[in-house]
Design a protein around this ligand. Structure first.
Ligand SMILES: [Zn+2]
Length: 431
């Protein structure tokens, strides 16, 4: 997954890249979904009708000029009328993504809207969600219904018995919105199958939004050594892998690696996670940040975890949709399911939202060799470990365990391993 430069990359390349990313993330089927970009001259570049989404290339993208002339090897998407209607209704929108991702389709077929106060960044990224009544796909009527919602100011709309459509100031912006919307919907659905999701208040979200780590002073000169450069490489590759594996989305998540003593390298704020590069990563040395860069808003909690836990050398903070089902329903993620889960995770305490900002010492002191991960309600899981790959492995195990518990809940209650079985595991694997 490469950087999408929405200023310098041709719309053909942007679209081909994003449609493949959507397909690989299993957010669209081969035939469903379409994307368009409007350029500065009024051309609309759009995916072709009925062409395999898994192998779409730049030459396949169709150009519809402002006078309606079509240029390309194929016909434009059959949903082109509503793309055009959105651009006509909202001159500020320059990219549109439409698809039938499973969780948002679930909302659309029970005719409900997902509440974006489920995780802290979703409300600002997705905004309130519009709702377009059903009409025949490809019809002008459907275009009118959708454009009416965009005209009201919504940037994301659920289409009744159909799917969703999002707009953005560029394709990157639209994709981050699309992905965040689907993950929020998944989290709500997963949480509803094990309990009742609870939502953040607007005030809690404001507190989150005000966490800007600009108060960390800048260092005057950056230092690199082999270990520092290696930490950058590990972080950028692990962040991409987390995104590819559905464990992180572009709008949220922080990864850090200890460099020396309490100094560390950490991901930046406000860069889509799937395109974080070596140079984006921020060095934190003697409590100061690398000049000209803003580190993640979770920097303080990472700093405290390193300070309180000399055995921790890497940290991942993220929102996978099965783990978060536990985080938003307040249900305990009991990992006494299979030996692997218990050995890797042992106990995962649940912490109230807000403590990751205002009680960082207390949260940092919850971690130990027996407690490598903590869930912050409605926010994230924080996983710690020695090497970054080990921490990532723990994260994967936690998400798989959460998924098994959610899937198992429709079959019957969890029968946890008993104390004797746990003690035997402790003796064999952990002492
Ligand atoms: Zn459709």
């Amino acid at each position: 997954m490469e950087k999408i430069d929405t200023l310098l990359n041709h719309p053909r390349d942007q679209i081909a890249d994003i449609i493949l990313r959507i397909y690989n993330a299993r957010l669209t089927t081969t035939s469903g979904g379409n994307i368009s970009v409007k350029d500065g001259e009024g051309n609309i570049w759009v995916t072709p009708s009925a062409i395999d989404k898994g192998s779409l290339q730049r030459k396949d993208i169709v150009r519809v000029k402002s006078d309606g002339t079509i240029q390309g090897h194929y016909k434009p998407s059959s949903e082109f009328p509503f793309h055009k209607a959105i651009y006509d209704a909202r001159p500020d929108i320059k990219a549109v993504i439409h698809a039938h991702p499973p969780a948002l389709v679930s909302f659309s077929i029970v005719r409900k809207l997902p509440d974006m106060n489920i995780i802290p960044q979703a409300k600002h990224i997705c905004g309130p969600i519009g709702y377009a009544p059903y009409a025949v796909p490809g019809s002008d009527e459907l275009g009118r219904y959708i454009a009416t919602e965009f005209k009201k100011g919504f940037d994301a709309v659920i289409m009744e018995n159909h799917g969703c459509v999002v707009g953005g100031k560029n394709l990157k912006d639209a994709f981050v919105r699309f992905e965040t919307l689907e993950f929020s919907a998944r989290t709500i659905i997963n949480a509803s199958s094990i309990g009742n999701p609870s939502y953040l208040s607007d005030k809690q979200i404001e507190v989150f939004e005000s966490q800007i780590p600009a108060d960390i002073p800048e260092m005057s000169e950056i230092e690199h050594d082999e270990k520092e450069l290696s930490a950058r490489r590990q972080i950028s590759s692990l962040v991409r892998r987390s995104c590819q594996q559905g464990l992180m989305i572009g709008s949220y998540g922080t990864v850090s690696v200890r460099w020396r003593k309490d100094d560390f390298l950490i991901t930046p704020r406000d860069v889509p996670r799937w395109e974080i590069d070596l140079a984006d990563i921020v060095q934190i040395r003697n409590g100061k940040r690398e000049p000209g860069k803003l580190p993640s808003r979770a920097t303080k909690i990472h700093q405290q975890i390193y300070k309180f836990n000399p055995h921790v050398n890497s940290i991942i903070l993220t929102q996978p949709p099965h783990i978060m089902a536990f985080g938003v329903s307040g249900q305990k993620l009991d990992v006494r399911t299979i030996p692997e889960s218990w050995i890797f995770l042992q106990d995962i305490p649940l912490v109230d939202f807000g403590k990751q900002f205002n009680m960082t010492e207390a949260v940092a002191s919850l971690f130990s060799k027996d407690t490598p991960a903590v869930i912050i309600k409605n926010d994230s899981i924080i996983v710690t470990g020695d090497k970054l790959l080990q921490t990532f492995d723990r994260l994967e195990v936690a998400e798989f365990s959460a998924r098994s518990l959610i899937m198992g809940s429709s079959l019957g209650p969890l029968v946890p391993m008993n104390n004797k079985q746990i003690e035997d595991l402790r003796k064999k694997f952990l002492s």
